[in-house]
Design a protein around this ligand. Structure first.
Ligand SMILES: Cc1cc2nc3c(=O)[nH]c(=O)nc-3n(C[C@H](O)[C@H](O)[C@H](O)COP(=O)(O)OP(=O)(O)OC[C@H]3O[C@@H](n4cnc5c(N)ncnc54)[C@H](O)[C@@H]3O)c2cc1C
Length: 435
């Protein structure tokens, strides 16, 4: 039995704590925020408990299903046929199946066939190592031609990654296409999942279980220093408190770890410091009317400064007939727009929605919320795999991971759960801690 301190009570930290306590370790979980859930945490949107950031489940999310079964909430998964749209050229078009692609304006027949082939191949392949050293731009242009990249992809990449848009790894975008592309009932019908009651159902079940199994959980307690002595971890400081331990599992965003672990070997510090993140300002609106018939709409329009909208109530019903829409503004936190007041974002988001659906009026707005997250999306350039620091650091007993650690998979609850549990298993091996 080892004394283990887990840092962060998001999906990864909760899963790590759960697995570690089941393996017989003595576990303390420290979370900086006032509640559990991290990126998947809920808030109250005028009487509706909902995620701060949109969360859907795909059929490939096996680690989530396995954990839900173990926690006795396997019956809370729900699946629903969903659809996508594309707003471009001032009009909304259906998107995401072969017929929509053939009818889509603005692409030649050859471009459509090449695009369709790329999507088909992407969802079928299980491994594609050659993509690791290729940029998404080069990969898409090679398969579909420069026109497809310019018309469909470049505007979306620009609004998500800004100055990094041209240098995103093809492996990363491929695994993303594959995860969503495999979540289908048929070639013509996409199917997405959600957890009844939202991600909070899973977070609550995990919290109940780990507390029952004896994990000591402290909220509002950011770790301030991981102490190292003789090449291994010995304690974690959280303000004035000191938790002595044999092992630490850190799930806090990796850009924060250099400050947290001053004794980290220089090469590892440099590697962690070099992982860039994009922030997100995510607007959540509760509306009296629906915006479009689709769950997800990609947007390529010079008058709309966001790359898409997620009409979440098309997946998880609000139960009141009201609509919930997420409007994500991704940007580096150095972008001058990052600090704009909430009202400016909300007004701009409403104007964008009204451009898509002119029947919407200001009186349709029931409530709004603006959520900000500085480390929302790791930026993974070609060759990222070689640069990724190992989860098991050079310090015995210290493992460090965040959502960039399961690259080329994109950030997701399922992957965070998988890696969290894996780190707990590793406690008994290598320099994991309990050896
Ligand atoms: C806009 C958006 C949309 C998303 N959509 C989906 C989706 O549709 N489906 C899906 O599966 N996933 C989605 N995700 C990703 C998913 O939310 C994440 O992959 C997952 O929740 C990450 O969990 P984590 O525990 O790895 O990290 P986090 O949730 O970031 O947890 C890290 C925790 O560490 C805490 N912390 C930070 N510093 C300290 C410190 N010093 N001491 C102690 N604690 C600290 C933080 O407060 C946080 O709670 C989305 C994410 C975002 C941002």
């Amino acid at each position: 039995m080892a004394k283990v301190v887990v840092l962060g009570a998001g999906a990864m930290g909760l899963a790590a704590a759960y697995q570690a306590v089941r393996l017989g370790h003595q576990v303390t979980l420290l979370e900086a925020a006032a509640e559990a859930g991290g990126m998947a945490a809920h808030f109250d949107l005028a009487g509706l408990s909902i995620e701060r950031f949109y969360h859907f489940v795909c059929k490939a999310d096996e680690p989530t299903f396995a954990l839900m079964q173990e926690l006795g909430i396997g019956d809370r998964m729900r699946w629903r046929g969903t659809s996508m749209g594309y707003f471009t050229g001032g009009a909304l078009h259906p998107w995401g199946d072969p017929v929509s692609l053939l009818r889509f304006p603005g692409l030649s027949l050859i471009e459509k066939l090449r695009y369709g082939l790329l999507m088909f191949v992407s969802t079928r392949r299980n491994s594609w190592p050659v993509l690791e050293n290729t940029s998404a731009k080069d990969w898409i242009e090679r398969w579909c031609g420069p026109g497809v990249y310019r018309k469909l992809w470049a505007p979306l990449f620009d609004l998500k990654f800004h100055e990094y848009a041209g240098n995103i790894s093809a492996s990363w975008i491929w695994t993303r296409i594959r995860r969503v592309g495999r979540s289908r009932r048929s070639l013509f019908q996409e199917e997405m999942g959600y957890i009844e009651g939202g991600s909070q159902t899973l977070v609550d079940a995990l919290m109940r279980r780990i507390v029952a199994e004896g994990v000591s959980v402290a909220f509002g307690k950011p770790a301030t220093k991981v102490e190292v002595s003789g090449g291994r971890v010995v304690a974690v400081q959280a303000g004035a408190e000191r938790h002595s331990c044999d092992a630490v599992i850190s799930t806090v965003p990796t850009p924060l770890v250099s400050a947290l672990v001053p004794d980290l070997p220089k090469a590892e510090r440099v590697a962690f410091d070099s992982i860039l993140n994009i922030g997100v300002t995510c607007i959540v609106l509760k509306l009296r009317s629906s915006v479009t018939p689709h769950f997800w709409v990609n947007i390529v329009d010079p008058a709309i400064p966001f790359p898409g909208i997620i009409e979440f109530s098309r997946l998880r019903d609000t139960g009141t007939g009201e609509t919930v829409v997420y409007i994500p503004y991704y940007m580096p936190v150095t972008n001058p727009n990052w600090d704009r007041p909430d009202e400016v974002f909300v007004a701009e988001a409403m104007a964008g929605l009204r451009r898509i659906n002119p029947r919407l009026t200001g009186s349709d707005l029931i409530a709004s919320h603006v959520g900000r997250l500085r480390h929302a999306q790791p930026v993974c350039p070609p060759g990222f795999l070689r640069r990724m620091p190992r989860v098991q650091t050079g310090i015995a007993g210290l493992q460090i991971a965040d959502t960039s650690s399961y690259y080329p998979e994109d950030r997701g609850i399922a992957e965070s759960i998988r890696l969290g549990r894996e780190m707990a298993h590793r406690l008994a091996t290598e320099g994991g801690g309990a050896v």
